[in-house]
Design a protein around this ligand. Structure first.
Ligand code: HEC
Length: 445
């Protein structure tokens, strides 16, 4: 599938409300003995429940830490993995996959329910809209705004129903005068309700809820076209929109994409990049709750990484191991803080001695190992090339040799290394750990 096609799927996935009724009974009936399969709908939000690796075109693509959330593009239960949306830097959408059993559905929160309620109204699924909005009213955080929306939507749906009833009343039609009068009365009633709804949509936009505003206004637009096809009926004018509709729609879309990008950046700890997406998204939709929630966390992590940077800087001369530790912790919190990246370059020599010392004569004399140096070199080569594809190397003293062994085994599938290569890496790590504890640099002084 090409990126524009996927982009379209993602747009509808993000914007089309999906069923929020209990899942699990969709599609073909499952085989007798099996429990009903979980089925994700396009647009569902899912969470990764264990360490995973995203696949793209059946190749490992990127690590996905436990807890990362994705928007589902496509899922056919029992027929392979779940397709998830991934936004590339340049703006293209690709479909990455994860196995079904590594995902769980994220239960929609008050905001999601409110948004989906508005989107159901937009798509003229009135019964569902009523149910969802009534549920959103139960949420303390969104009670006020959900109550307003529900009130307006109910008034509009009620008035529309009345018009349709009059139009469908054959007995009434037999007396044209009566019919005309009832129709005009219904239309006036509808126009009043629309006026309230248009007003609320305008109000929501000025309060920064672009995605609610455009869904509500779109729904009114469509419903008006159905029940009052002519803008003026019996002297009644249906109030026009109060939104700059194209602009508001574009802003709502941009905010939805920013949410996806921000989630991706946070998953790989690129907090500075995430901060940029949050700012873009909030410029487009200032009240977007997901962005505000992520903003709090991202700013705290950046501040924390800045503290680590300062600690590393002040320790650089006095206590190098301490400085390296602070540097490592800082980069774990925020992998793209420019000053930390610069410091890592400045300290790269010292860092190498602590993470992957080269196999030199000094190394061999300190390590006192029976492992041939060619094997150690091969181990180092594998370790520094295969294990750095997704993350930096860690301090060797961070774990025991036994723990390293299980870490290497755990990462072997991702790094695509076999048992033999695992052994070679572990042999190198065991020797290197001894060396790192007693840097050759000091020996040669
Ligand atoms: C395809 C990507 C990928 C490759 C290749 C990879 N890792 Fe990882 N590794 C990850 C991800 C993602 C995490 C962090 C999230 C997690 O724990 O799953 C991680 C975490 C780690 C951790 C920290 C675990 C912890 O709990 O603190 C260590 C240590 C590690 N990897 C070692 C290795 C070694 C050794 C190799 C090479 C044999 C390797 N990695 C290759 C993706 C990869």
């Amino acid at each position: 599938m090409s990126s524009p096609v996927l982009r379209q799927i993602l747009i509808s996935a993000l914007c089309v409300s999906v069923c929020v009724l209990p899942r699990g009974v969709v599609g073909a009936p499952p085989a007798k003995s099996q429990p009903p399969a979980v089925v994700y709908a396009s647009g569902d939000l899912v969470r990764v429940v264990r360490k995973e690796t995203l696949q793209f075109n059946k190749e490992p693509f990127l690590g996905a830490p436990k807890g990362q959330e994705f928007t589902v593009l496509k899922h056919e239960p029992g027929k392979g993995p779940v397709y998830l949306a991934f936004l590339q830097k340049e703006g293209g959408v690709i479909a990455v996959t994860l196995p079904e059993e590594s995902l769980e559905l994220v239960a929609p929160d008050g905001w999601m329910i409110l948004l989906r309620g508005c989107q159901a109204f937009r798509d003229q699924r009135f019964e569902e809209a009523g149910k969802l909005l009534a549920r959103a009213v139960q949420d303390a955080a969104y009670k006020a705004v959900a109550t307003e929306v529900l009130g307006r939507v109910e008034a509009i749906m009620g008035a529309a129903r009345q018009i349709l009833q009059v139009e469908g009343d054959a007995a009434l039609k037999a007396s044209p005068e009566n019919y005309g009068a009832r129709l005009v009365a219904g239309q006036k009633f509808f126009a009043e309700a629309v006026s309230g709804g248009r007003g609320l949509a305008g109000d929501l936009a000025s309060r920064g809820f672009m995605s609610l505003a455009i869904s509500l206004d779109d729904g009114i637009e469509r419903l008006s076209a159905r029940v009052c096809p002519r803008k003026e009926a019996g002297g009644v004018e249906i109030p026009a929109t109060r939104l700059a509709r194209e602009e508001v729609a574009a802003h709502a879309m941009q905010a939805a994409f920013s949410v996806v990008r921000c989630r991706q950046a946070i998953a790989v700890r690129r907090m500075v990049e995430a901060k940029g997406y949050i700012e873009d998204g909030l410029r487009a939709e200032p009240a977007r709750p997901e962005l505000k929630a992520m903003q709090t966390k991202v700013l705290a992590d950046i501040a924390d990484a800045e503290d680590r940077y300062n600690a590393a800087l002040s320790n650089q001369k006095r206590n190098l191991p301490q400085a390296l530790l602070a540097l490592e912790r800082g980069l774990k919190t925020c992998a793209d803080l420019p000053q930390l990246i610069k410091l890592r370059e400045d300290l790269s020599g010292a860092l190498e001695e602590k993470t992957a010392p080269p196999v030199t004569p000094a190394f061999l004399s300190i390590a006192k190992t029976s492992v041939p140096s060619a094997t150690l070199e091969e181990g180092r080569r594998l370790y520094t090339t295969r294990c750095t594809q997704c993350h930096d190397l860690e301090m060797l003293d961070k774990r025991t040799v036994t723990a390293w062994k299980s870490e290497v085994a755990g990462m072997a599938r991702r790094a695509k290394i076999d048992d033999k290569q695992q052994d070679v890496i572990v042999q190198y790590l065991a020797a290197a750990q001894v060396v790192a504890a007693q840097p050759p640099a000091r020996k040669s002084e």
